[in-house]
Design a protein around this ligand. Structure first.
Ligand code: T1G
Length: 700
């Protein structure tokens, strides 16, 4: 029978009904698919030609979980997964889940409702619900502790992590592993169960393992999770559901309790924010004016120019993806130390057990060093990561334009310079674009892909596809100072410096923003990034006449840079450092006070945390509206992805643009105008962006 999308195919083999989920691409448990599955199960229940039942996924996976798009309805339509599980558990024929690819969320709950589970050895399972601000709402918090115990249930459900089938088998969530044909093995398992004639094992009747120590186990697990995201609601609800499971309460009552907790979360702001980011990340890869089937250029061999911190991080990014890398550094000594630094990084990971010795050797076998540009001639992609100086980057790209193959892609890792100017220097601008990695490049997920005005469509499409392969979330930016993230960051840092000159302290500012949920306060962040880096960029921008006509503009960071307080690496920055520990330093307040006197800035001691947050966050968001209006970013969600994936914006608020929507655009506009009045705003720093005003009045 031909498979119909969003349907369940019913076939019989060796007196076993095979129910195949067909809802590409992830077999999401939409209402039509759930309805089709329930009908097929009821048919198999009474089918006299059927002694057992297999549920298997069509396509590349078993099931990616509930259809998240359905959450917007605010409720769960019938038949829900609980009803389907109840139907399978009460069937007097063995029901076996045959898992390949992934079984996630509701997909795993569906499998746990079966009597047995068999999985291919390379398949993976997990409960990612917490990353969406919800919890397994179809029995997952109740069956998992019964099959695998409270400790593992908490670990899996609170972390949202995915585990491989072997681990799942060891934990008791999977009954058998298939190394041959999954369906053959599943049918054999089901028929064996019919022949054994033993009572079918039903998860919900098993005792909860570890119930006796549940309170301590929950307290320890919850403390670990809430340390990272103190305001998160889902972990607390998960803990309540696991505690309910361990309390010995009636299973059906527990399902009701779990569903109520799930609905509460699903309809809450945190889940809406996290779901926004989920779809925004998926959407960021879509380029509005590019056909989805744009032919891609092959990329297997990568060249990287520059063996500094960024060059090494970028090299490891590609090595980690199993791609061959030639790291070029003109200076042989610098090259040698760069290659050694990469080897040491991998050796440290192997020491910790994060990677095996085999993986270390495999990655190092893919790495070559060179001091000769001629070695770039066979590269499919070459990324320059040399010193952040326009003249140097232009010279490097001119050389690459000469030596690289005609179909090779040339990328610049600049974080602020004009990609079009650099592209022109290459002599082949259509082959050039920006790939702005974030330090440490092999760890940070964000990649800003900067589309030059001449960047060829296939070059852009190739790099966007490559980003996914190297585990990055890529967002396209147009060419402007700072692209999306650093351009918005500029407003944030500007107000930080002004507030310090007005009397706030670095510790107060950092605490206010970390209280909002930022992963790291701006002063500590600047000390980590290096004050000299930012001060030098400001000096260059001043030389270009690109700074506001305001001598107090970013005066403090420039002063700190001028006196060598370059941040954590110098032991002095906005803080004094004992190793990596920041210690408030009164000297910074004195420097800020001197600058305030110099520029006639009034010092005051009534600066509140709310004012700090508004002064730093609202102009940042306002710049986001200018970026959208200029077409530098395609979508609000793209900006949210940049800040959530690259700058530590609290995911529970959905990103700056989603946060603005939840705040209310009229309120945002009014607050900006109020701050403008309060500060005097001689340079229009708080003038609401045109797009913000247009949206606030419904004109856009
Ligand atoms: N719902 C709706 N759409 C989904 C989806 C889902 N669960 N998963 C993926 N998509 C879309 C995605 O937006 C993209 O759309 C396309 O499918 C391909 O995705 C009841 C309540 C499964 C590992 O959190 O982790 O179950 O961009 O590119 O790389 O208790 O998708 O093409 O238009 O990512 O092969 C829990 C989320 C839900 C899994 C496949 N499940 N998805 O990766 O494909 S809550 C999840 C993923 C739940 C229960 C609770 C991955 C994947 P478009 P893709 P992939």
């Amino acid at each position: 029978m031909a498979a119909i999308a969003n349907s369940v195919e019913y076939s019989i083999r060796d007196r076993v009904a095979v129910l195949t989920l067909n809802a590409p691409p992830v077999n999401g448990l939409s209402q039509p698919l759930r309805s089709g599955l329930m009908s097929a199960l009821l048919k198999a229940r009474t089918d006299h030609d059927v002694d057992a039942v297999i549920v298997i996924g069509g396509g590349k996976m078993f099931c990616g979980g509930a259809d998240i798009k359905e959450f917007a309805s605010g409720e769960v339509s019938e038949p829900d997964v609980n009803a389907i599980a109840r139907c399978m558990e009460t069937m007097n024929k063995p029901v076996v889940a045959a898992i390949h690819g992934v079984a996630l969320g509701g997909g795993l709950e569906l499998a746990l409702g079966c009597h047995m589970r068999i999985a291919t050895s390379d398949s993976r399972i997990g409960f990612p619900e917490v990353t969406l601000g919800v919890l397994p709402g179809a029995g997952g918090t109740q069956r998992t502790p019964r099959l695998a115990g409270v400790t593992l249930a908490l670990d899996l459900i609170l972390s949202g992590r995915v585990i491989d089938a072997q681990k799942a088998h060891d934990f008791g969530l999977i009954d058998a592993l298939s190394s041959g044909d999954l369906l053959d093995d599943a049918i054999a398992l089901a028929l064996d169960a019919t022949r054994r004639g033993e009572p079918l094992r039903v998860a919900k009747y098993l005792p909860v393992k570890g119930a006796e120590a549940v309170e301590q186990t929950i307290a320890a697990a919850l403390e670990k999770v809430l340390r990272r995201t103190p305001g998160a609601e889902a972990p607390r609800a998960i803990a309540r559901c696991i505690a309910f499971a361990a309390s010995g309460a009636d299973f059906e009552d527990a399902l009701v309790f779990e569903r109520e907790e799930f609905l509460e979360l699903m309809n809450g702001a945190q889940s809406k924010a996290l779901r926004h980011l989920f779809f925004a990340e998926k959407g960021a890869s879509k380029i509005p004016d590019l056909p989805g089937d744009t032919a891609l250029r092959p990329v297997e061999r990568v060249g990287i120019i520059g063996a500094g911190t960024m060059g090494r991080g970028i090299a490891m990014t590609f090595l980690n993806a199993g791609m061959a890398v030639t790291l070029l550094e003109i200076d042989a000594e610098a090259l040698a130390s760069g290659l050694e630094a990469i080897r040491k990084t991998y050796a440290a990971s192997a020491e910790k057990g994060s990677i095996s010795a085999a993986v270390l050797n495999q990655r190092m076998s893919l790495l070559r060093g060179s001091t000769d540009y001629a070695d770039m001639a066979d590269r499919d992609l070459v990324i320059e990561a040399v010193f952040e100086n326009l003249d140097i980057k232009q010279k490097v790209c001119a050389k690459l334009g000469e030596v690289c193959r005609p179909d090779a892609i040339i990328a610049t890792n600049t974080s602020t310079l004009n990609v079009d100017v650099i592209a022109q220097a290459s002599g082949r601008a259509p082959d050039v674009l920006g790939m702005h990695f974030f330090s440490p490049a092999h760890i940070m997920r964000l990649l800003e892909v900067v589309r030059g005005k001449e960047t060829a469509p296939d070059v852009l499409a190739t790099v966007m596809a490559l980003a996914r392969r190297i585990g990055k979330v890529a967002v396209v930016s147009g060419v402007c100072y700072g692209f999306i993230g650093n351009r918005m960051l500029e407003s944030y840092l500007r107000e930080m410096d002004f507030l310090l000159m007005e009397g706030a302290t670095p510790a107060q500012i950092d605490a206010a923003l970390e209280g909002f949920g930022m992963a790291m306060g701006p002063c500590r962040m600047m000390d980590m990034a290096g004050i000299d880096v930012n001060a030098r960029v400001l000096d260059e921008r001043e030389a270009e006449g690109a700074l506001p006509d305001d001598p107090s503009y970013r005066a403090l960071v420039r002063k700190l840079g001028a006196i060598g307080r370059n941040g954590q690496k110098a032991g002095l920055g906005y803080y004094r450092y004992d190793g990596r520990t920041p210690i408030p330093d009164p000297q910074v307040n004195d420097i800020a006070a001197d600058l305030a006197a110099q520029f006639g800035i009034t010092r005051r001691n009534n600066i509140t945390d709310d004012e700090i947050r508004d002064r730093l966050l609202l102009p940042l968001i306002n710049e986001g509206y200018r970026i959208l209006d200029e077409g530098i970013a395609y979508r609000d969600g793209d900006i949210d992805v940049v800040w959530a994936a690259g700058y530590g914006w609290p995911r529970l608020t959905g990103g700056p643009m989603h946060y603005a929507e939840t705040m209310g655009l009229e309120q945002l506009r009014n607050r900006l105008q109020e701050l403008g009045r309060q500060t005097g705003d001689r340079h229009g720093y708080f003038a609401p962006a045109s797009l913000l005003s247009r949206r606030a009045t419904g004109a856009a």
